[in-house]
Design a protein around this ligand. Sequence first.
Ligand code: NAP
Ligand code: ZN
Length: 350
Amino acid sequence: MSSTAKAFGAKASDADLELMQIERRAVTEKDVQIDILYCGVCHSDIHTVRNDWGGSQYPVIPGHEIIGKVTDVGSGVSKFKVGDLVGVGCLVDSCQTCSSCKDDLEQFCENGATFTYNSPNKYFEGLQTYGGYSTGIVVDESFVLKVPDTIDPKGAAPLLCAGITTWSPLRHWNVKKGDKVGIVGLGGLGHMGVKFANALGAHVVMITTSPSKAADAKDLGAHEVLISKDPEQMQQHMGSFDFILNTIPVGHEMDPYIALLKRDATMVLVGAVEPLKPFHGGGLIMGRKRIAGSLIGGLKETQEMLDFCGEHNIVSDIEVINMQDINKAYERVISADVKYRFVIDMASLK
Ligand code: NAP
Ligand code: ZN
């Protein structure tokens, strides 16, 4: 039998989020039913609510940094039992048969991955998937992650998106001890990028527009802070980076960041899912530099990242909020005023 859950969602791109009642599917053979304890607030939630990327279907019920306790499992579930602490990130389904899925890259499923929110819902025709701003969710066990019980569950919530989105490119581009790594933008993603790059042994430079965040950046693990609005400082670091991870959430001038790269170095974009400002081809040609992109990470890699966080005691720096404060929190994220991820305490909705 399907169940009902309380949720917060938006009925239109210009509407505030408000209380709603939603239906969750009955637990099938391979499903895990989760009582949601915490859910992180990602900038992607805001982009989707406000239809910045187009394609939002309303109501939008965001949330893809979910931590909860298992309350029921289907008869065929082998990985989880009632009471387990689990996580759900940006993905809840994929075909599991295409070459991307077989390569453990479900985020690139060639038949269309099902994202945790705003994807067509296979179980309720005509409806979209609804995310973690909710009291409960039902997810196929293949898309549920084990959360190490050594880490704080509230701080672990953002690992499910901000964590894997920064971990995956750092690992894919083989960031290692001694590399000079720049992390651009000190928000939810950026602060995890700093922590991971530091844990991997890199020399980490926080590249920020906000001088007021310099001290925090160092506390998070940056060895240096570079204020991107200061041309003199940018000049000093020209041609010196082995790798740059760019989390800026909007289209922006690329040339100043390209100039920071060494010969053969790569800048990976994860933030700007929209047109970029034109940039000069010469900036890439002179130095054989590369610009690339990266999208979250697959389930296997997400589990590896969570296990790494368990071993190294890494969690996000968070501000816990009540569900009812979400609209104010969105305004603060937009104005780059979050230290460094909001996490909703779902007890406030129950
Ligand atoms: P966030 O918490 O808002 O952080 C973004 C940071 O970027 C801000 O704190 C600010 O840092 C900097 N920034 C903001 N506007 C800027 C501008 N106009 N120019 C230069 N810097 C600017 O956002 P987030 O949750 O980390 O997400 C970042 C982006 O990644 C969003 O667009 C989100 O949708 C996207 N995302 C992508 C993936 C993926 O798989 N690729 C996954 C999750 C999220 P400073 O104050 O330090 O400058
Ligand atoms: Zn996200």
